[in-house]
Structure formats: C-alpha cells, structure tokens
Design a protein around this ligand. Structure first.
Ligand code: HAM
Length: 435
C-alpha cells in the first residue's frame, strides 16, 4: 500500500524543532510580558463571516486562501443541494487578529475606563497559498493584540517590543529592515482611495489585469501587487503621507518620534499597505534584508481602530502584530543557527547484568523524582552498547550498577566529560548529582 504523507505545504516539527518552537514561544511571551501582555488561546476555526468582515472580502487571504471546514453533516446538506446557515460556515483561521478581537468583544474584556487589554498568542494559521520556502499552508505565528487604547505610545512600544524579540532570538539588528507607513483613517482614506483609483485608471495599460480590477474593488491593494511592472508604476502613485488628515499626521509623527527617541531605526515606505484590509493609521513590516527572496517578511502589523465595530463589538481602537516562526527560523539559519537536541540527559543507568535491573528501576525513579532527566537501557543490551547509547543521548553522567557494587550498597558514577569515576552510596546518588 502506498504510504500516506503529510499534506502539501505543511511540515512536521520533529522533537528537536518542536522543542525550539516551545523555547521560541516562551522567549516571546517572556519579553511581551514585560510590556503587560498576557496569553490568550482562541479556536483554530471560526465562523467564515468573521474573516470576511474582519480581514476583507477583497483580500487574497479571504478571497483565495481560506481553508473552509465542512462538517460531515453539512457536506451531506450541501451535496443534497441544501443551504447551510451562516453560523455553520467555518474556516480555519488564516491569522490570529480577527479571532482575538472577537474573543475580546464576546467576553467583554474591555472595561469602561479600564487599562487597555493586552493579549499575546502563538499557534498555527492556515492559508492555501502556493507553497515554497518560507511559505506554507499551515504555519506558526506568535502575535499580540492591544485593544482599548488608540495612543501612539501603544504602536511605538509594540514595534520596539517586536524588534527586541527578533534580536533576543538571534537575528542581528543590521540584518533586518523595519518599514513603516500610515494608512490614514475613515476621514482621510476615502479621498485618497479615489486618487489612487484615478491613478490606476490613468495607468491601466502598464498594470496587470488584477490591478486594473482592483481600481473598483480595492485600489490600495494595487500597492501590494507582487508583479515587478505594477510595483514600479505604483511607486509613482499619490502618496498617502501627502493625503493624511491632521489627526493621522500627528499620530504618525508621534510614532516615528518615539521610535527615534528610542534609537529604533526604520524606513518609511509609502507603498506598504499590508495584505489585510482592517488597518488604519500605523502599519509596519519587518523584513530580512538578504537571502530570503520574496518571503522576506518575518513580521508585521499595525493599528486597526475600526475592526472591533466591524465584527459587531463596541467600538474600540486596536493595535497588534504577528511574526512567522518558520521565516524567523530561516533567518536564524542564515546566521549560523543550529537546532539543539530535544533532550539533554542528566544521567543514564547502565546495568552490568540483569540481576541488578529491579534495583536499577528503583534508582531511576528516585533520580527522576529528584528532578533529573534520564533513562536506563530497556532492551537488555551489552554494557558496551549501553555506554554507546548514553553517549548518543548526551547523558552527562552514567550510573553503573554491577552485582559487586550493589552488594556493597554502592553505585559507580562516571562523569562522561572528564571520565572521572566515583563510588557513591546507592541512597545518595541524587545528592551526588546535585553537588
Ligand atoms: P501577516 O503579515 O499576514 O499579518 O502575517 C504575519 C507574519 O506571518 C508574516 O510576516 C510572515 O512572517 C508570517 N506568514 C504569513 N503567511 C505565511 C505563510 N503562508 N507561511 C509562512 N509564514 C507566513 C497577520 O497575520 C496579522 N494578523 C498581523 C497583525 C496582528 N496585525 C495586527 N495584529
């Protein structure tokens, strides 16, 4: 029978990597915790409508890349030509923001006059994109969302926190580029959209068909087109920065001022619109400068002051970002990073013969109960291969139990680095480890 393989665009995180992913998340949560962010977990699937309303029907993420989940029962209804209720239309989350904002609204986490709600999350996201290096159909994100505060200090501290995290995991500051822009708000963006629409119609000949269509659906998306020709044309389009209202200008200047004051370097990129429609005011993206081709964005985010109301909650401003674990790992590897073994054993017990095995099992349990990581040979191997096994497992000590030692109530403990051996009373092995 042909063997079954993992779905295209997915990856198994084998133990060494699963352990690193765990450490990666812990580092993120530790750093984000210093800024007041606490973890939240939301479902990996939500009502499709949440993403349609939140992220926007005209985005690639919603119109082309969503995995829609159909229960067996609904599939039967559909195949029979029936209609499924909108509540039962479900999609795997393509990103984390919409679900977190829904959870904040549904659980009433924002309190009148209270501090902003600061939440962090980590987990798999799903987008049916064409897989390539750094682009998967299931990938892992770590992100944060802050709801209930519209002040520029929230944006600035968020951006600084993200840059600090990238540096903490080992991506050198000079290997990254931080791009910032403002998307304006409902006051200044409509007029700007019209200008961009007119520009697209004027330059239609030089733009791809999709960008031409975008003139009517969502003109600003044309800035996001990956085609070289379109990119060059759109670089000449009216700039949002010249079309911001006074409040948006002030907000943008304040964010940049805070970044300047903290010594965080950035570049302004007036073509940066991001692939999701919920953004207002600040948007930003962190790219790796060399070696990652088109998939060079390791993280990004921005402000979304209308999203809460868009999904039916009480209006509240929001800000957040997410970073891609897999892309960060590629960036780290380009800087010499190697995974460490998932398990570094503190000890391994080697039995000289089978007569000592019952006692060895007890010693093993005592050492584990004392907090040490280790094992013994479960497969009745020779003493020589038990030592080999201990080496392979990276055990720092081997506890040798032989009938002679045991008869005297002793064990031999060998330090695998120095090859020193000491005899230790059987009931004091854990204490000897702790020394
Ligand atoms: P995003 O830019 O779509 O933003 O995704 C954030 C990061 O996830 C990207 O910078 C990239 O590193 C990673 N990523 C995205 N798609 C893939 C993929 N197919 N394969 C591998 N990695 C990928 C968001 O998702 C927003 N929710 C960020 C946000 C939070 N904005 C406000 N709050």
């Amino acid at each position: 029978m042909a063997s079954i393989q993992k779905p295209v665009g997915t990856k198994d995180l084998l133990p060494d990597e699963a352990k690193f992913w765990q450490k990666f998340r812990e580092t993120a949560f530790e750093i984000f915790g210093r800024y007041g962010y606490v973890p939240i977990e939301t479902p990996v699937f939500e009502q499709t409508d949440l993403f349609v309303r939140g992220i926007g029907q005209a985005t690639d993420v919603v119109s082309k890349e969503m995995f829609t989940a159909i229960s067996g029962e609904n599939l039967k209804t559909l195949l029979g030509g029936g209609h499924i209720k909108s509540k039962s239309r479900l999609s795997l989350r393509p990103e984390g923001t919409a679900g977190v904002v829904r959870a904040v609204a549904e659980n009433g986490l924002i309190t009148q006059g209270g501090a902003p709600v600061k939440l962090s999350y980590a987990g798999p996201m799903f987008r049916a994109e064409r897989p390539q290096d750094g682009r998967q159909r299931q990938f892992n994100q770590v992100g944060i969302e802050c709801l209930g505060a519209g002040e520029p200090t929230i944006d600035a501290e968020g951006i600084i926190m993200l840059m600090r995290f990238f540096e903490a995991i080992g991506i050198p500051a000079d290997a990254m580029r931080l791009l910032v822009n403002s998307m304006g708000c409902e006051k200044c963006r409509p007029a700007y959209r019209e200008k961009v629409r007119a520009f697209i119609l004027e330059h239609a000949d030089a733009l791809c068909e999709e960008c031409q269509r975008r003139a009517d659906t969502n003109p600003l998306r044309a800035f996001d087109c990956k085609k070289e020709g379109c990119h060059a044309v759109m670089a000449e389009a009216p700039r949002i920065v010249d079309n911001l209202c006074e409040e948006c200008h002030e907000h943008y200047d304040a964010v940049k001022g805070l970044l300047d004051a903290t010594g965080v370097s950035y570049q302004e990129d007036y073509t940066l619109v991001r692939g999701l429609d919920y953004y207002t005011r600040t948007v930003f993206e962190v790219q790796v400068i060399e070696g990652m081709g088109a998939q060079n964005a390791i993280g990004g985010g921005g402000r979304y002051d209308k999203l809460m109301a868009e999904i039916g909650g009480n209006p509240a401003p929001g800000f957040g970002f997410a970073l891609g674990y897999e892309r960060c790992k590629i960036a780290l590897e380009a800087n010499g990073f190697k995974l460490e073994p998932a398990m570094a054993y503190d000890f391994y017990i080697a039995c000289v013969d089978d007569s000592v095995r019952p006692l060895a099992f007890n010693v093993l349990q005592t050492l584990r109960d004392a907090g040490f990581r280790g094992d013994l040979d479960h497969q009745h191997r020779s003493l020589k291969s038990q030592f080999k096994q201990a080496g392979k497992l990276g055990a720092s000590r081997v506890v040798v139990l032989g009938p002679d030692e045991v008869a005297q109530g002793m064990a031999k403990v060998r330090d695998m680095a120095s090859h020193e051996e000491v005899n230790v009373p059987l009931d004091q092995v854990a204490a000897a480890f702790a020394e």
